[in-house]
Ligand binder design. Structure first.
Ligand SMILES: Nc1ncnc2c1ncn2[C@@H]1O[C@H](COP(=O)(O)OP(=O)(O)OP(=O)(O)O)[C@@H](O)[C@H]1O
Length: 202
């Protein structure tokens, strides 16, 4: 049960047939968005991150996203896609300070040499773990994890979940999508089920 005021609040989020979605997550909390494929889980995370046009608004510690420039909102609210994009020639080019990643990479079974590699040379699972590390480098207040371990082996899943728990303990508010009910059980303290628009028709 959440006893402190929420870090993240979303009210009336709506994009085409998805929503309206209301939610709230406190510091240290994890809300899981679940539901069938196509129900709008990823789009809801993208609306929260202000990456797609939408109705409704989100608030961080009571301040509306609509009241601040988008870059300021996105510096606090980070969307971690299950299919991350890469823009620099090397993996290292996506970090402010790649040297600080050595310990975390070791924990996630990632060889240090991957930093100097081109992103498209990495395996899907390596890219997913590096994108996760990239997203948490500056410890955003709100982390939106979209199927964060979909391409990972069980040991790497456990290692990523350990880091997620540490971020929560340090005060991050997490919104997670996952098709793995056991992962939802392990990480989330609240669950919000989204339905496909056709299921909601009277
Ligand atoms: N940018 C977009 N514009 C219009 N429709 C979109 C857009 N992105 C996704 N959709 C559609 O919205 C619906 C919800 O997509 P979304 O990716 O949020 O589903 P999801 O619940 O995350 O599914 P999955 O579990 O398969 O990842 C889908 O029918 C999808 O085709």
């Amino acid at each position: 049960m959440q006893t402190q005021p929420p870090t993240l609040t979303a009210k009336g989020l709506k994009f085409q047939s998805i929503g309206p979605v209301d939610l709230a997550v406190a510091a240290g909390g994890c809300l899981a968005l679940v539901g069938p494929s196509g129900a709008g889980k990823s789009l809801t995370l993208k609306m929260i991150a202000d990456l797609v046009p939408h109705d409704g608004d989100c608030f961080i510690d009571g301040t509306a996203a609509s009241s601040m420039p988008a870059p300021r909102w996105r510096s606090q609210v980070r969307y971690v896609s299950s299919e991350p994009g890469w823009w620099a020639p090397s993996v290292a080019g996506h970090f402010a300070d790649p040297k600080t990643q050595a310990d975390a990479m070791k924990r996630l079974f990632l060889d240090a040499s991957l930093l100097s590699a081109a992103p498209d040379r990495l395996s899907t699972g390596e890219r997913q773990r590096m994108a996760f590390l990239r997203a948490i480098e500056d410890r955003p207040k709100v982390l939106l994890l979209d199927e964060p371990t979909s391409a990972l082996d069980p040991a790497s899943v456990t290692a990523v979940e350990e880091i997620v728990r540490e971020l929560m303990a340090a005060g991050a508010a997490i919104v997670l999508t996952s098709h793995d009910p056991e992962q939802v059980e392990r990480l989330a303290d609240e669950v919000l089920t989204l339905k496909k628009a056709t299921e909601m028709a009277p």
